[in-house]
Design a protein around this ligand. Structure first.
Ligand code: BEZ
Ligand code: FE
Length: 288
């Protein structure tokens, strides 16, 4: 095998990777080589441009640490995360739709009782979130919630001696599947754009914003784990979310409420907002 040209090189590499004993590795390698070679043939990069592409990926890797995952951002901003999500969630009708996890989830967040304020001491308009997790009513389901502050930062982006985990919690649904908690109104925010993904967005003439949303991860035995958000109706970025995560079924009014007795019985002395969303988890597809 010698003397390859710009066409025959692809078949030669595919033939080589066809020797892999693992059929999955073989299939993935074959598709990778074919699509990558086609991409390069279409673009016809100069040597300098190819070096720049490799430098871009190198900078992306160097940007990653325990609190910053630039490769996830890249996957999100190119729509790949939502594509993988769609391929993996061909759910039965009635189940709540999924959307992107994003880079700011923390495993095993602090557990708080139903009714807790998960963002105490933060400035903003109070928001009461009520809802239920159903398959049949799911008692004791874990409901992980997280959101950014009014400036668009998540706690994990500013952890230091003065700032610990905040604006996130794990709640457990009551006997009837219901849950409720307080937070502050989320705001639209830019995804981190001071790195290679920001450079890419600028080159593509795109803004870096996500519409305001609250993240949920809900898990219960014998059900598919649900990873989703609820978006604020009327947000200016619903049609241009930088990570392509918006679905109509996930948009809700965050109703304006006057001071008084809130639906959870709390006495609130200022105007606040109320979001209600009932989540439906799909039955588990594969049991271990
Ligand atoms: C988020 O909503 O937290 C998020 C999702 C994708 C990229 C960046 C942030
Ligand atoms: Fe978010």
């Amino acid at each position: 095998m010698r003397n390859f040209d710009e066409r025959s090189i692809t078949a030669a590499v595919c033939e080589r990777v066809a020797q892999a004993s693992d059929p999955h590795a073989r299939q993935i390698s074959d598709a990778l080589v074919r699509h990558l070679h086609d991409f390069v043939r279409e673009i016809e990069p100069t040597q300098e441009e190819w070096s720049q592409a490799i430098a871009f990926l190198t900078r992306t890797g160097h940007m990653c640490d325990a609190n910053r995952q630039e490769f996830i951002l890249l996957s999100d901003a190119l729509g790949v995360s939502m594509l993988v999500d769609a391929l993996n969630h061909r759910l039965p009708g009635g189940a709540t739709e999924t959307t992107v996890l994003g880079p700011f989830y923390v495993q095993d967040p602090p557990e708080l009782p139903l009714g807790a304020n998960i963002s105490p001491g933060l400035e903003g308009v109070p928001l009461l979130v009520t809802g239920a997790a159903a398959g049949s009513p799911l008692a004791g389901a874990t409901v992980d919630v997280w959101h950014s502050d009014g400036d668009g930062y998540y706690d994990v982006q500013q952890l230091d001696d003065d700032h610990g985990l905040a604006m996130r919690a794990r709640l457990r649904t009551a006997q009837n599947g219901a849950f409720h908690f307080w937070m502050i109104m989320p705001a639209a925010y830019p995804i981190p754009n001071d790195g290679p993904v920001g450079e890419m967005l600028a080159a593509q003439g795109r803004h870096p914003y996500r519409p305001a949303h609250v993240h949920f991860m809900i898990a219960a035995p014998a059900h598919e784990q649900l990873v989703t958000h609820v978006f604020v109706e009327g947000d200016a970025y619903l049609d241009s979310d930088v990570v392509f995560g918006v679905k109509d079924s996930l948009i809700r009014p965050f109703a304006e409420m006057s001071a008084g007795i809130a639906p959870d019985g709390a006495q609130i002395d200022q105007p606040y907002r109320h979001l209600h969303y009932d989540f439906v988890l799909a039955p588990q597809r594969h049991t271990a």
